[in-house]
Design a protein around this ligand. Structure first.
Ligand code: ATP
Ligand code: MG
Length: 390
C-alpha cells in the first residue's frame, strides 16, 4: 500500500552553507545500503528525502536505513495526486492500517496553491474519516494515532507511523579518524560512536603472531565487517607487533611494559594516520578502567602524538559499553576467547602513575626508530565490506 518512504534528517539541515555537502553524503550513504534494490528512486527537498518504493516493502527499506547515520526518522507514506478525493481515500487507508480507537488529522501545506488551508483540511478529512469508520473518535490531545497529510508541489503524502532512525551525522562529513582496534569489547563501540558523529574510519590493529593466533586476527576482521555495515567499507591496517613487544621485554623494566608498549602503538598510529589522511586517533579507552587508562598514564602515553586522540568512551561504565556492544552486534564477536596482544603482556604491578622522565629513560634502551621502520615496512592492508552486502 505504501508508495513512498519519507526520510527526515535533522542536525545536518542546521549546517548553513555546508548543507548540500551533508545532504549529498547522506544520499550517497543511503544509496549504498539500498544498492541492490535497483528500482528505488530518491529525491530530496528541505529536510526530507523521499524514497520512491516502486512496490518494494517499506519495512525492508526502513530496516536497512536504520544503519545510515544522519537519519532522524522515517515514515512509510501513501502518495497521491493533489486531489481531495484521492487524499481522503489515502487517509482512510492509513488510519485503518494502525490499531486504535482515537485519531487526529494533522495537515501541513508547504504548497500554498492548494485550495484548502491546513485547518480546513484537518476538518474535512477528520469528518470524512469519522463517517467512514465504525467506533472511531477524534482526540486532539492524546490520539492513538495521528494521520499526517503533507501537501507538496508534486503531490500529497499521507502517513501515520514514525520509525526512529539512528540519528547522528552522515559517515564521511566530519573527516577520517584512525581507530585503534583490538579484539576487545570497547574499541569497536568507540568506532561505532565515531562513525555516528560522521567519521570515516581506517582501522589499525597490532598483531603479535605467534603470541596471538590467526583466530584473533579473524576476530578483528569480523568486527570491522560489522562496523562497515554502518559506513560502507573499512580499510584495516594490520601492524606486526611481535618484535616490538619482545624488545620491550628484553630492555625495559616490567612496571613500564604497558606504558611503553602503548607509546609505541601511538607512534605507529601517528605514521599510519598520516598515510591514510586521518586527522585524529580514536580509541576505546575509558578513564580508570585499567592501569594504562589512569589520567597519569594517558598523559605520558599522549606525549608521543600531536594528533587529537578521541576517546568517546572516556566516561562510560563497562556495563554501559557492553549494552551498546550488544545492540550494535559486536559483543558476541568480542567475547570469543582468543587472546589479545595486550593480555599476554600484563605485568604483575604495572605503574599507574608513571613519571615521564623515568619512562623516557627506560625507552632510551630501545632502538625506537628501527623498530618503527621495520613495523611500518611490513603492514598488511585489507578492505572490508559488510557481511550482508558483499
Ligand atoms: P578494548 O576492549 O578495546 O580492547 P580494553 O579495555 O581491553 O579495550 P586496553 O587493552 O588497555 O583496554 O586498550 C585500550 C585501547 O587501546 C583499546 O580500546 C584500543 O583502542 C587500543 N588497543 C589495545 N590493544 C590493541 C591492539 N592489539 N591493536 C590496536 N589497538 C589496540
Ligand atoms: Mg583490550
Amino acid at each position: 500500500m505504501y508508495s513512498t518512504l519519507l526520510v527526515r534528517y535533522g542536525e545536518i539541515s542546521l549546517k548553513g552553507n555546508n548543507r548540500s555537502y551533508f545532504e549529498d553524503k547522506l544520499l550517497a550513504n543511503m544509496r549504498r545500503v539500498l544498492g541492490d534494490l535497483a528500482a528505488l528512486r530518491m529525491h530530496k527537498t528541505y529536510g526530507r528525502v523521499f524514497v520512491d518504493l516502486k512496490g518494494i516493502d517499506a519495512e525492508v527499506v526502513a530496516e536497512r536505513l536504520k544503519k545510515v547515520f544522519g537519519i532522524v526518522s522515517m515514515s512509510p507514506a501513501v502518495s497521491t495526486p493533489l486531489d481531495l478525493e484521492a487524499i481522503k481515500k489515502a487517509a482512510l487507508e492509513v488510519l485503518m492500517e494502525s490499531p486504535g480507537t482515537t485519531f487526529k488529522v494533522q495537515a501541513q501545506r508547504p504548497n500554498k496553491r492548494f485550495p484548502l488551508t491546513s485547518p480546513e483540511l484537518n476538518q474535512v478529512l477528520g469528518a470524512y474519516l469519522l463517517t467512514h469508520t465504525p467506533n472511531q473518535r477524534v482526540d486532539v490531545h492524546h490520539p492513538d494515532r495521528v494521520v499526517h497529510v503533507e501537501i507538496r508541489d508534486e503531490g500529497a503524502y499521507v502517513y501515520s507511523r514514525i520509525i526512529p532512525g539512528p540519528g547522528g551525522l552522515p559517515v564521511g562529513v566530519t573527516g577520517r579518524a584512525l581507530l585503534l582496534i583490538s579484539g576487545g569489547i570497547d574499541s569497536p563501540v568507540a568506532g561505532f560512536l565515531g562513525m555516528k558523529r560522521g567519521l570515516e574510519l581506517t582501522g589499525l590493529h597490532f598483531y603479535s603472531f605467534p603470541f596471538t593466533s590467526e583466530r584473533s586476527k579473524e576476530k578483528v576482521i569480523d568486527l570491522c565487517r560489522v562496523l562497515a555495515g554502518y559506513g560502507g567499507s573499512i580499510r584495516l591496517v594490520i601492524a606486526p607487533f611481535t618484535e616490538i613487544q619482545k624488545a620491550i621485554r628484553r630492555n625495559c623494566p616490567e612496571e613500564f611494559y604497558v606504558t611503553i608498549m602503548r607509546r609505541m602503538m601511538f607512534r605507529i598510529a601517528r605514521a599510519v594516520a598520516e598515510r591514510e589522511g586521518a586527522l585524529a586517533l580514536l580509541t576505546g579507552e575509558s578513564l580508570g578502567q585499567v592501569a594504562s587508562q589512569t589520567l597519569h598514564s594517558m598523559a605520558v602515553i599522549n606525549r608521543v602524538v600531536e594528533l587529537p586522540v578521541l576517546r568517546p568512551l572516556v566516561a562510560w561504565d563497562k556495563s554501559e559499553i557492553i549494552d551498546l556492544a550488544r545492540s550494535i552486534g559486536t559483543y558476541d564477536i568480542s567475547i570469543r576467547p582468543y587472546e589479545d596482544c595486550c593480555t599476554l603482556f600484563v605485568p604483575k604491578h604495572p605503574a599507574t602513575k608513571p613519571r615521564l622522565e623515568r619512562v623516557e629513560a627506560a625507552e632510551s634502551k630501545l632502538a625506537v626508530s628501527e623498530l618503527l621502520k621495520d613495523c611500518l615496512e611490513n603492514l598488511e592492508i585489507l578492505t572490508l565490506y559488510p557481511d550482508d552486502l558483499s
